[in-house]
Design a binder for this molecule. Structure first.
Ligand code: 6PG
Length: 247
């Protein structure tokens, strides 16, 4: 894989501004090639970082297909829901058609296997015929990174780190609450054309340097290595990047 590109900003406003410009460039390239834009979003502080897309006339919302990298198995209006966070910070403020957003099926919350199968089927409907590959090829996947080095709902030492077949997997033992989640697997993340980590704040300082300077330690975020021609980017703030030696 190509070496990760690292860009650092003095504050989160500058980061959000540049992230919006990056997303628009990815959107343009994707629309020029195939007339649609497929993107997967994470929770945590990421939805807030998308504020540069609000009131932005260059966003072609009707061409977006939005999925979630991971989701907590809770109702769609529950405070823990990543879909709720994205709706609050972004979708409620922009003219995106409801059918272009792909939340989990809230009628399946009691059966993790059915829930993750249904989400995988939703991905297959969007991707299988269109990009003939064994895994979906997202135009852009946006990830966060926890202080323990997790990304998506892929946690240190967890058996899902070695999942090679499924597109969407479930867990009921997340070390970070809530315990029940579904998550994209590495093969999906690592087939994307662009993967962007967003990490800000001094609580990330040691983890970020571990991941970029010692990827061989194998923290979950360090295992994100998009296959050629995919490219990995880190959008961070100076506080998080303080100890990083890379490149
Ligand atoms: C979760 C959180 C988590 C979060 C990271 C990064 O699923 O428990 O969403 O994955 O994204 O811990 O957190 P911040 O983006 O808030 O720093």
């Amino acid at each position: 894989p190509n070496a990760p590109a690292l860009v650092s900003f003095p504050d989160t406003d500058a980061l959000a501004h540049s992230l919006a410009a990056f997303i628009l460039k990815a959107q343009k390239d994707s629309l020029d090639k195939k007339g649609r834009f497929t993107i997967a979003l994470s929770g945590g502080s990421l939805p807030k970082m998308l504020k540069g897309l609000v009131d932005n006339p260059s966003v072609k919302w009707d061409k977006w297909q939005v999925f979630y990298v991971d989701e907590r198995v809770v109702p769609l209006d529950h405070p823990d829901s990543n879909h709720l966070a994205c709706t609050t910070h972004l979708f409620s403020k922009v003219p995106i058609p409801a059918e272009n957003i792909h939340p989990i099926d809230p009628t399946l919350l009691n059966d993790l296997e059915e829930l993750s199968d249904a989400y995988e089927k939703d991905l297959i409907r969007e991707f299988a015929q269109k990009d003939a590959a064994r895994f979906p090829i997202f135009d852009l996947i946006l990830l966060g990174m926890g202080p323990d080095g997790h990304t998506a709902s892929l946690f240190p030492g967890h058996e899902l780190l070695t999942e090679e077949d499924r597109w969407v997997a479930y867990l009921d033992d997340s070390p970070k609450p809530p315990p029940k989640r579904i998550t994209f697997t590495y093969p999906v993340i690592n087939h994307a054309l662009r993967v962007v980590f967003v990490a800000a704040g001094k609580e990330k300082v040691d983890t970020l340097s571990n991941i970029l300077d010692h990827p061989e330690a194998g923290l979950p975020a360090a295992r994100v290595k998009p296959a050629h021609p995919g490219q990995l980017y880190w959008f961070v703030d100076d506080a998080a990047a303080e100890k990083v030696q890379y490149p």
